[in-house]
Design a protein around this ligand. Structure first.
Ligand code: NAP
Length: 282
């Protein structure tokens, strides 16, 4: 059994991105710039935003964080997005979700220029993902693909099962696996015979959000298991969806939590920001 080291792979990719970004600066005078908008005081969101700003600093990107009070109106948020859309220093715009106070997240995300949509949530970019004509890649699924590819695992022709069908993880994950020539099944809360379907997986990706959800009897001997889940167990410790201790001995490869998929998401955001900066040169 091999443990896929997300921290090490993420560090390797960040070094590659830094080299590319330094080159872009030296040759074209462009510094990749990311603007993050955070509304309200949600503690988890505050940590994510801090980590994003820190990653920008590490790679020598320009970053700005717009901290707005929870009472900010949709119109005010929209005006800020318009301003950032027009700002030449900014190549990527990210609105930290969830937004407090029942704001219309969909229409705000639509307002971000597709060329600056580094989260790849805009329908234009979602469409490009489904046609395999890649621009921005959705961060968490793209991180999973990097973990798989850089571990030397081929997806082509493999039975891939994704548990979860969210717009952020499950659906784009399935698209990327299809585009890599996997034979893909997507499961969700209405799926019948879930354990049986999971046992058919050569590559099993779990994005459910429930601790200890994937048990050993759901996993085939020799499978690759990728755990996207980020949950807290009864003791408050960070854990994934997979009952790691019982599942790991059956796997050829497995990602731990923490230290698997988690470190990759922000790294992929950094990759998208660099891509936006590069493609901003007409
Ligand atoms: P989500 O929107 O809540 O989606 C969860 C999915 O799991 C849904 O499609 C749901 O099915 C399915 N599900 C729930 N119970 C199930 C069951 N009993 N059997 C089969 N499927 C079931 O969550 P998400 O945003 O995709 O995130 C999933 C997990 O990934 C969370 O733990 C989240 O924290 C984590 N995450 C991690 C990262 C990272 O960077 N590592 C990034 C994003 C998310 P229905 O559609 O039928 O309800």
């Amino acid at each position: 059994m091999n443990i896929i080291d997300g921290k090490a792979i993420s560090a390797q990719i960040r070094a590659e991105l830094k080299a590319e970004s330094d080159k872009l600066k030296a040759e074209k005078g462009i510094t990749p710039g990311l603007a993050v908008i955070i509304v309200g005081e949600d503690p988890a969101s505050q940590i994510y935003v801090r980590n994003k700003a820190r990653a920008c600093e590490e790679l020598g990107y320009y970053s700005e964080v717009h901290r707005l009070p929870a009472e900010t109106t949709e119109e005010e948020l929209g005006e800020l997005i318009d301003k950032l859309n027009a700002d030449k220093k900014i190549h990527g715009i990210l609105v930290q979700l969830p937004l407090p106070g029942h704001k219309d997240e969909k229409s705000l995300l639509l307002r971000i220029s597709p060329e600056k949509d580094v989260d790849a949530f805009h329908p234009y970019n979602v469409g490009r993902i489904s046609t395999g004509d890649y621009g921005f890649l959705p961060c968490t699924p793209a991180g999973v693909m990097e973990l798989i590819e850089r571990s030397g695992i081929s997806v082509s022709g493999k039975n891939c099962v994704v548990i979860g069908r969210s717009n952020i993880v499950g659906k784009p994950m399935a698209m990327l696996l299809i585009n890599a020539s996997g034979t893909v099944t997507v499961c969700h809360s209405r799926t019948q015979n879930l354990a049986e379907i999971c046992r058919s997986a050569d590559i099993l990706v779990s994005a459910v959000g429930k601790a200890d959800f994937v048990k050993a009897d759901m996993v085939k001997e020799g499978a690759v298991v990728i755990d996207v889940g980020m949950n807290r167990n009864a003791e408050g410790k960070l854990c994934g969806d997979v009952a790691y201790d019982e599942v790991a001995p059956k796997c050829s490869y497995i990602t731990p939590v923490p230290g698997g998929v988690g470190p990759m998401t922000i790294t992929m955001l950094m990759r998208n920001t660099l891509y936006a900066a590069k493609t901003s040169v007409k």
